[in-house]
Design a protein around this ligand. Structure first.
Ligand code: HEM
Length: 310
């Protein structure tokens, strides 16, 4: 349940986490100020850390008590618990490892995918022409008598372009995750000393007018006949980062976004509330480690698939 994590609810806690992780912390840059915690960030981080830790402890305890052995009914936590103490891997899996992976699954996987889906639907509502074209493609590929399934995704080329375009304009992790150079190196004319903290501004790269025509325009057709994909090999489109520390959940993330967006636009026609015009839809971003909408999207669905009562 939403309030199992904390009475404030899952979303509020996740937002607080993303803001804290993305905040500019003076102590990171002037280390002797760190212990004073002038901005109160460490205090807030410890409080959030404890809430998540208690929650994960409770989940692990519940799983140990239920002691599921039947493979069919085992969930993610059961599988990880089954690996505790085994010598199957070169590294050992213990309770803190399980808690960290659970945190990854909540923050790195669920929140990111949900943010990307909300931005894509927002862009589709703001651009009714694109929405119609995506719905037409779904009607041709899937029809209106059944729901779209994962196996349909590879045939939905326009949808793929829509999602690439949405990730380009609204990168979920706008500055990626801070990296650190392991050795001295040169990048073009710049000398980067060993142990420098490197921030990659993916947001600005993906709106760079030298790389993109009309960079601020939502225009999925720009990918027509182009080989550019979002998987890290084309540096002008890096919503998942690139290289060894690029996002390991990219494939899962892409499938989830494609499938959920496809189902939402295939099953429903959408309109904005209070006769709002698409051009009036507020697209303000909120900056933290991730970049969600400042205000959640509110839209009204109307079921559009065929059913017997139609
Ligand atoms: C829309 C979905 C997603 C987006 C846009 C996204 C984006 C990113 C980005 C930009 C990074 C940083 C890469 C870098 O700094 O070079 C990252 C890292 C990471 N992502 Fe994702 N991600 C998504 C979904 C997922 C999913 C589904 C999972 C797990 C199942 C996941 C797990 C991770 C992890 C563990 C890291 C840290 C990797 C490391 O530090 O080596 N992500 N993600």
């Amino acid at each position: 349940m939403d309030n199992d994590l904390d009475e404030k609810g899952f979303n509020v806690m996740m937002k607080e986490t993303m803001q804290l992780v993305g905040a500019f912390n003076i102590g990171d840059f002037i280390p002797y100020l760190r212990s004073f915690d002038l901005q109160g960030l460490t205090r807030r981080m410890k409080a959030v850390g404890k809430i998540f830790d208690d929650f994960f402890e409770k989940i692990i305890d519940e799983h140990i008590q239920s002691n599921t052995k039947d493979e069919k009914n085992m969930d993610f936590v059961d599988v990880m618990l089954g690996l505790v103490g085994t010598k199957e891997y070169e590294y050992s899996i213990e309770r803190p490892t399980i808690k960290s992976i659970m945190m990854d699954m909540l923050a790195a996987s669920m929140d990111t995918s949900a943010t990307a889906i909300e931005w894509t639907i927002s862009e589709l509502l703001k651009n009714p022409r694109v929405m119609k074209k995506a719905q037409n493609e779904l009607e041709i590929v899937v029809g209106i008598k059944r729901k779209v399934e994962e196996s349909d995704l590879k045939k939905l080329e326009y949808l793929d372009m829509v999602i690439k375009e949405s990730l380009r304009l609204h990168p979920v992790v706008p500055l990626l995750i801070p990296h650190q150079s392991v050795e001295d190196c040169m990048v073009e004319d710049f000398f980067i000393p060993k142990k420098s903290r490197v921030l990659v501004n993916a947001w600005s790269i993906m709106r760079d007018p030298n790389a993109w025509t009309d960079p601020d325009k939502f225009w999925p057709e720009r990918f027509e006949g182009s080989n550019i994909n979002a998987k890290g090999g084309d540096f002008q489109l890096i919503p998942f980062g690139s290289g060894r520390r690029g996002c390991p959940g990219m494939q899962l993330g892409l499938i989830v976004i494609r499938l959920v967006v496809a189902q939402l636009v295939h099953c429903f026609d959408w309109k904005l509330p209070n006769h709002m015009l698409p051009s009036d839809l507020d697209m303000t971003e909120e900056f933290a480690l991730t970049m969600p909408r400042a205000n959640h999207l509110i839209a009204i669905p109307n079921y559009r698939l065929y059913n017997d009562s139609n």
